[in-house]
Structures are given as structure tokens and as C-alpha cells.
Ligand binder design. Structure first.
Ligand SMILES: NC(=O)c1ccc[n+]([C@@H]2O[C@H](COP(=O)([O-])OP(=O)(O)OC[C@H]3O[C@@H](n4cnc5c(N)ncnc54)[C@H](OP(=O)(O)O)[C@@H]3O)[C@@H](O)[C@H]2O)c1
Length: 324
């Protein structure tokens, strides 16, 4: 089968599109004929061996897919051949077929297209866990989203609105901010041209944001503690800036605030029932038309390296997927 193959760790340019043999599923796994694969920032890190998950070359990157089950492991009982599922694979998704644990698959609503389903579970799953379970976001509170036009960022803008928050979206260009507005942000801040902390203070009458969704890290994470509200919650999602900040604890003391880690990958492993409840709620919002996922670009599978290059270069907005 054809796949985007990482033969040696490095930038996206090192990836090749060629045949890669697929191993048979083990007892608790299924083989999936991939229709579409979601592209996520961790894929950019995994091909460089800079992520907590380590692949062994040659391997295909790609952590989530949507497709049909074409082979069942000997002990799989919850799925049948032909079932249409979304699956979390960690790697292997940028390929015509992949193998996934049966327990990491979820049935997809008929009304959800393959490209939408392929890019749905990781971003919305992370964001609902972050805002609801970790951040305890309440209706009427102010939510500041950093990197707001990115994959998890735009999902945070959308879910923040659905959960009744006033959403301030921060991103690095006028185009990105226009997209955030169109997706429901109440206010926008260009954090490259203006001071994040000054603008957020202005927009909140000096109070600061109640919840800060932070997938960027670096200096913006530092600045967050100058514009967080009393009893605010800073959610540590990731470090897309490439810099892991050190936060002086006096900053938490002075605001009576908290910085909370969000690790969705471990949450779904440790708390599968809570994760299943979150997926049910997300599907409900989707079926009601309240949650409208945006797939901003579809790349053919063969252009998987280009998709990762665009993501690394901050050229991507919202969700991008590979279609097979
Ligand atoms: N904790 C979890 O469970 C979890 C789950 C999923 C993802 N994540 C993490 O969340 C982060 C974002 O993932 P994503 O898939 O949403 O990525 P994405 O679509 O590329 O979005 C990242 C955003 O960060 C901003 N950014 C600032 N500096 C950047 C830089 N030097 N390079 C690239 N982007 C930069 C960009 O917006 P501007 O250009 O507007 O600044 C971009 O829109 C990653 O670190 C990922 O590992 C964590």
C-alpha cells in the first residue's frame, strides 16, 4: 500500500510517498481502509523525533483517520467488517490502510463526512476535556484562546461559544483573526502587532480572562499571567512556539489562579467513560447544527509532506486533512 513514509527523522522534506508494508492486526486490533487522515501539530514533531511518542523508521505518521474496517483481530467483538469508524492511531494514518486498536475506534454519525470525521476527535476531544473537565469554564466567563486560528485553537473558539463564554481570540495575522471572528470569536487580538496583556486587560475592563487556552507557550504563556483574572485557569495545551516557558509561582499566588496541564492522550486511556461521554456531547452538538467543524484544506495523500510543511510554517488555519 502507498503511504507517506518517514525513513529517517527530520523535516517534512525527508518524507517520501512510496509503498510501505502493513503488518496484520493483532488480536485486539482492526485494519482500516483509510478515507481521510487528520493532520495535527504532533505529526510535525513525531517525524523529527521530538514528541513523547517515538516512532521507529520506516513508519507513516498520522495520528487519526476515518475509514472502513476491512479486517478484525481474532478477539475483536465490538466491530464488524464494513463499519465506518474514526480511529486514533498515534502514527500510521497517512496511508491507504492502517492498523488501530479496536478500543481506539469510535463509530461516526452518517451525517459526518470522512474529512470532517478524520479531523474531529483529536481537536474537539482535547478542547472539551480542556475547557469543561480541566478549566471548569462557566457560561458568562471570558475565555482567551491563544493560537486561535490553529487546529485546537479554532475548536476552542467554537466550543467556548457553545459553552456560553465570551471568547477573545488571539492570533498572528489579520486573515487569521478574520477567520476567528467568522467562527464565533467575540473579540480578537493580533498578538504579533499589539501587546497581548494590554489588549486583554482593555477588553476585560482590567479584570483579565477567566480561562486561558494556551497551545502556544513561550512568551505568550508568560504574558498570560499578566492578563488572567482572579481565580483564573491557565490551560497548558502545548508549545507550538517551540519554547516551554518557566512560570514563577508568585504569579499564581498573586492572582489566586491555577495553571492546569491538559493531556488528552492519557485522559482517554485513564478515563475512557468520561471520554465517551464527551464524544456523545460533541456528536449531539454536531447533529443539532450547533457545532460546525471547518476543514479549511484537503490535500491528496501524496501531498502529506506539503501539509506538514505548511503546518510547521504557520500557514495552516483550522483543520487540514489528507484524503485518500
Ligand atoms: N495537550 C494535548 O492533549 C494536546 C492535544 C492536541 C494538540 N496539542 C498541542 O497543541 C499545539 C497546537 O496544535 P495544533 O494541531 O492546533 O497546531 P496548529 O494548527 O499548527 O496551530 C498552532 C498555532 O500556534 C501558533 N504558533 C505560534 N508560534 C508558532 C510557531 N513557531 N510554529 C507554529 N505555530 C505557531 C500559530 O498561530 P499564529 O501564527 O496565529 O501564532 C498556529 O495557528 C501543539 O503543540 C500540539 O502538540 C496538545
Amino acid at each position: 500500500m502507498k503511504a507517506i513514509v518517514c525513513k529517517e527523522f527530520g523535516p517534512p522534506e525527508k518524507l517520501v510517498y512510496e509503498d510501505l508494508p502493513l503488518r496484520a492486526p493483532s488480536d485486539a486490533e482492526v485494519r482500516i481502509k483509510v478515507a481521510a487522515a487528520g493532520v495535527n501539530f504532533p505529526d510535525v514533531l513525531i517525524i523529527q523525533n521530538k514528541y513523547q511518542f517515538r516512532g521507529t523508521p520506516p513508519f507513516a505518521p498520522g495520528g487519526e483517520v476515518c475509514g472502513k474496517i476491512v479486517e478484525l483481530g481474532a478477539k475483536v467483538t465490538q466491530w464488524k467488517l464494513g463499519d465506518r469508524v474514526a480511529a486514533l492511531t498515534m502514527s500510521g494514518g497517512f496511508a491507504e490502510e492502517c492498523v488501530a486498536p479496536a478500543a481506539a475506534c469510535v463509530g461516526v454519525p452518517d451525517s459526518m463526512s470522512a474529512p470532517v470525521a478524520a479531523g474531529f476527535h483529536l481537536v474537539y476531544g482535547t478542547v472539551i476535556h480542556a475547557l469543561q473537565d480541566r478549566g471548569q469554564l462557566q457560561p458568562g466567563e471570558t475565555l482567551l484562546v491563544l493560537g486561535a486560528s490553529g487546529g485546537v485553537g479554532l475548536a476552542a473558539v467554537q466550543l467556548g461559544r457553545i459553552m456560553g463564554a465570551r471568547v477573545i481570540a488571539a492570533a498572528g495575522s489579520a486573515d487569521k483573526l478574520a477567520l476567528c471572528k467568522a467562527q464565533g470569536a467575540d473579540e480578537v487580538v493580533n498578538y504579533v502587532e499589539a501587546s497581548l496583556k494590554d489588549e486583554v486587560k482593555k477588553l476585560t475592563g482590567g479584570q483579565g480572562a477567566d480561562v486561558i487556552f494556551d497551545p502556544v507557550g513561550g512568551q505568550f504563556a508568560q504574558d498570560s499571567f499578566s492578563c488572567i483574572a482572579w481565580k483564573g485557569r491557565h490551560l497548558v495545551i502545548g508549545f507550538a512556539s517551540g519554547s516551554i516557558p518557566e512560570i514563577a509561582l508568585n504569579r499564581l499566588l498573586l492572582k489566586g489562579c491555577a495553571s492546569l496541564g491538559v493531556f488528552w492522550g492519557d485522559f482517554i486511556r485513564r478515563e475512557p467513560e468520561a471520554q465517551a461521554a464527551n464524544v456523545r456531547l460533541l456528536y449531539q452538538w454536531f447533529e443539532q447544527g450547533r457545532l460546525k467543524p471547518l476543514v479549511s484544506r484537503e490535500y491528496p495523500l501524496a501531498q502529506g509532506a506539503q501539509a506538514l510543511r505548511d503546518m510547521a510554517d504557520r500557514k495552516v488555519t483550522g483543520k487540514v486533512v489528507l484524503v485518500v
